[in-house]
Design a protein around this ligand. Structure first.
Ligand code: AMP
Length: 257
């Protein structure tokens, strides 16, 4: 596996082959690894990007506290047969004078809860797509609204890439894996379980939003909403457990393409 930190280096290692891109912020868990595996199966050259993108964090969010472990990530990516791990610095991605943004019109859910978040996400993803020029880009259903926003961007800007959205990987007890889970205390982790349980229990209710809200034992949700992603309807929610913000979703109807 090649570890690449600059854009000229990246250009040099790209081969004329069916290429897959897995954008990440690192602190890899089985969710990230499942995307790498899917890319490995479908593509000849697998590029994983590891960049904690500062522009998608709002003021007062956890940019500084975001979990980082590059050494372990290098080892895990290597074990998955990743060809190129792209680890740019903030200076490489946002050089002095940076002034161009992808501003997606989105509302509800994460868009309202985190103003400016999707502008940062869309901008970094378009930059990564331009740099890597993958045939296929892999994203997790865990961040369903992110996938929906990126699908919009790709269509609106005619970016020639196929988007794959892969199922959320969960711990045995149902909690969706997230890099932020390491910050949950044992007691918080226990309380966090009511998020997946409430969503799962509400998915076939007549009013899934009301049912999920009623089942969120002791967790005050930031929102519980239905979200349309392609042909699927998802029940999505965000809740804070202590100082950690968790999101999750389940498919209520249809299938994610
Ligand atoms: P992140 O590093 O959190 O930005 O996530 C990188 C990619 O991994 C995104 O496409 C996420 O949706 C995806 N991802 C994060 N958690 C999971 C999970 N539990 N299962 C599947 N994919 C995930």
């Amino acid at each position: 596996m090649k570890i690449v930190r600059t854009t000229p280096e990246l250009r040099l290692v790209l081969r004329d082959a069916r290429r897959g891109l897995v954008p990440t912020m690192g602190a890899f868990h089985e969710g990230h690894l499942s995307l790498m595996r899917a890319a490995r199966v479908e593509c000849e050259q697998v590029v994983v990007s590891l960049f904690v993108n500062p522009t998608q964090f709002g003021a007062g969010e956890d940019l500084e506290r975001y979990p980082r472990d590059e050494q372990l990530d290098v080892r895990l990516a290597q074990e998955e047969g990743v060809d190129v791990l792209f680890v740019p610095s903030a200076q490489v991605m946002y050089p002095k004078g940076f002034a161009t943004w992808i501003d997606v019109e989105a509302s509800g859910g994460e868009a309202d809860a985190r103003p400016g978040h999707f502008r940062g996400v869309a901008t970094i993803c378009v930059k990564l797509l331009n740099l890597v020029r993958p045939d296929v880009a892999f994203f997790g259903q865990k961040d369903a609204m992110q996938a929906a926003v990126l699908r919009r961007v790709i269509r609106d800007l005619n970016i020639p890439v196929h988007l794959r959205i892969l199922p959320t990987v969960r711990d045995e007890d149902g909690l969706a894996l997230s890099s932020r889970n390491v910050r949950l205390s044992r007691e918080e982790r226990e309380r966090a379980l009511s998020l997946p349980l409430a969503l799962e229990g509400a998915r076939s209710a007549d009013d899934p939003v009301a049912a999920a809200r009623a089942a969120l034992n002791g967790l005050e949700p930031e929102y519980v909403e239905l979200l349309r992603v392609g042909d699927a309807t998802l029940l999505t929610a965000a809740a804070r457990v202590g100082s950690t913000r968790l999101i999750d979703n389940v498919v209520v109807e249809g299938e994610l393409g």
